[in-house]
Ligand binder design. Structure first.
Ligand code: PLP
Length: 297
């Protein structure tokens, strides 16, 4: 993981490739593009597929290409928090017609486009009402996307020389990001060593809705222990492989990022006007100027 961009680190990806590796799944965190140039080069070198998790990244553009269209397939989420949403739903895009047919079949309880039940699959069909809700959002989606980009660029320019909060790093080649979330790393040494939560309390009291993002990485969730107790896993994998799985879940960079991240919901606040962005910056600076009191709140 790249702790400045919060994205997959291509060098780490290459180190982790083994004889079982079939595909790379870059997750465009917060809606901003991963380092796709290097990821695609690695995929080519090792003959791997690339499945883009563009669930947060509607309309982002990298080196002239829309995110989700660079790899072999791109996946989008329209779940309720997303910048284009219909409650629950999603989409897959690809130029590979056979793959798209297979995706259709699997989400259609294993029945293909010709009505033949050819495999197993769950029923994930989106209904027309959800489709209509999505289509109605398309008209203003681009404008909202541009507003988020403009406001994000403004906030980032204002934080440029401020060491206490470092905005998410964007890779060269990023022409725009979805800014599903606007995220920063909190550096407590510039805030009198106060824990992030104290900073959040103080800035929330100023009316600014900053919050943590994910409390923990998935590797810290109870399922990682639970699956090791399942007979099906014990049948599929050797004890050594299961131990390896657990050992591999030592992810200090992910822990560090979760612990220090501060976020602003972009689909709401980042659609506001420039004076609202000034309010955010002024609140940050007010908390910073009063950092000597942060440890006692
Ligand atoms: C990066 C990412 N991947 C995958 C998903 C899963 O999408 P869904 O909730 O539509 O299944 C989400 C969000 O929900 C997400 O943010």
């Amino acid at each position: 993981m790249d702790t400045e961009s919060f994205q997959l680190d291509p060098k780490d990806v290459e180190r982790k490739i083994n004889k079982n590796t079939k595909a790379i799944i870059p997750v465009h965190m917060m809606g901003q593009p991963c380092d796709m140039e290097n990821i695609m080069a690695i995929a080519k070198k090792y003959n791997l597929k690339v499945i883009e998790d563009a669930c947060q990244a509607h309309l982002s553009v990298y080196q002239g290409k829309t995110i989700g269209t660079i790899g072999d397939a791109g996946c989008f989420s329209f779940q309720s928090s997303k910048t284009i949403a219909c409650g629950e739903g999603g989409g897959i895009v690809s130029n590979d017609e056979k793959l798209m047919d297979d995706c259709y079949t699997v989400q259609n309880h294993g029945t293909n486009r010709h009505g033949q039940s050819v495999t197993i699959g769950s029923k994930y069909r989106m209904n027309e009402l959800e489709g209509a809700i999505l289509l109605a959002q398309l008209e203003g989606a681009k404008e909202r996307f541009e507003t988020r980009n403009r406001n994000a660029a403004y906030l980032t320019s204002k934080l440029k020389d401020f060491p206490g909060l470092k905005p998410q790093k964007l890779y060269a080649g990023t022409e725009s990001g979805s800014f599903y979330l606007y995220t920063m790393s909190y550096d407590k040494k510039h805030f009198n060593d106060a824990p992030r939560d104290n900073f959040l309390k103080a800035i929330n009291a100023e009316g600014i809705g900053f919050s943590p993002y994910l409390k923990n990485g998935l590797h810290r969730e109870p399922w990682t222990d639970h699956i090791l107790t399942l007979d099906s896993y014990k049948k599929m994998y050797s004890p050594e492989r299961l131990k390896q799985f657990k050992d591999d879940l030592y992810l200090p960079k992910c822990d560090e990022v979760c612990e220090n991240m501060v976020m602003l919901w972009a689909s709401g606040p980042l659609l506001a006007g420039q004076s609202d962005m000034d309010d955010i910056i002024n609140a940050i600076m007010k908390v910073y100027e009063n950092r000597d009191k942060l440890n006692s709140i």
